[in-house]
Write a protein that binds this ligand. Structure first.
Ligand SMILES: [Zn+2]
Ligand SMILES: [Zn+2]
Ligand SMILES: [Zn+2]
Length: 262
């Protein structure tokens, strides 16, 4: 059994190009320097199609990457760049004729209920359609249509958030610290996608150097860096990275063995 992972968005919260910026990366002609807000999409052969986060750019990402089905949505945390596309999930509900299970920790679930209050209010007029959200609180490992998901506690500045592990693959965005207690949950991973904002220090995100150091503790065979800002030109940055570490980019796809996912 195989799974295909698509990086829908590899950019930081502003996206790249950033509004009003004329730097070389924001003006770059390299398509890998155009970064939408962070999200991934996982298609398990013979199993569910899982969206991780509903980025501000969800609609354009779905059109660009041919996402036509979403069986479940997993939320890493409640920041705007990771949740604000949730309204566009109504299109999937419409096509699939039903609500979509949405998994989030208690803090994120509470903010989804505030930000998208109209979708949770039975009195709201249906109009052009509403997101149909079947909210489920994460409090440990869980199962999405037969695929086991292990939440990975991460620190994002002072905020505890979640990464997710599926078999030997893990998505670890928006973090500047992988707690010691989370390392055993990552034992044996082969491929990870890890936060790396830029080279300059940041209070809530790994720098490229910090991400490389974290990857060397987690020891995957392959690391893709994501949540990238306009400080990092794709080609030049990628060339300087050590073996087994690459920058992700929008539209990046890879297939992984998913026999151990169920
Ligand atoms: Zn973010
Ligand atoms: Zn710029
Ligand atoms: Zn964040």
């Amino acid at each position: 059994m195989k799974a295909r992972v698509t990086v829908l968005g590899s950019g930081t919260s502003h996206g790249v190009p950033m509004i009003g910026c004329t730097c070389a990366v924001c003006r770059s002609g390299d398509p890998r320097d155009r970064r939408t807000r962070p999200s991934i999409y996982i298609e398990v052969a013979g199993g569910p199609s899982i969206l991780v986060d509903t980025s501000t750019d969800l609609r354009m990402q779905a059109l660009a990457c041919g996402v036509t089905r979403v069986d479940a949505i997993l939320f890493t945390h409640n920041h705007a760049d990771h949740v604000m596309g949730l309204d566009d999930s109504r299109r999937f509900s419409q096509m699939q004729k039903g609500s979509i299970p949405c998994y989030a920790d208690a803090r994120t679930a509470e903010s989804l209920q505030k930000s998208f209050y109209y979708a949770f209010d039975p009195a709201t007029e249906k109009g052009g359609g509403l997101p149909q959200i079947d909210l489920r609180i994460i409090d440990g490992a869980f199962d999405v249509s037969g695929v086991s998901v292990q939440p990975i506690p991460l620190m994002h500045g002072r905020t505890p958030i979640l990464g997710f592990r599926f078999g030997d693959f893990a998505y670890l965005t928006d973090t500047n610290h992988v707690p010691e207690e989370s390392l055993p949950l990552l034992t044996g991973v082969n491929t990870i996608i890890l936060d790396a904002l830029r080279h300059r220090p940041h209070p809530t995100h790994f720098t490229v150097e910090e991400a490389i150091a974290a990857a060397s503790r987690i020891k995957p065979r392959q690391t893709y860096l994501t949540h990238i800002c306009h400080d990092l030109p794709h080609a030049a940055t990628n060339q300087a990275l050590p073996g087994g570490v690459e920058l992700a980019y929008d539209g990046l796809q890879f297939e992984i063995e998913a026999a151990s996912w169920t």
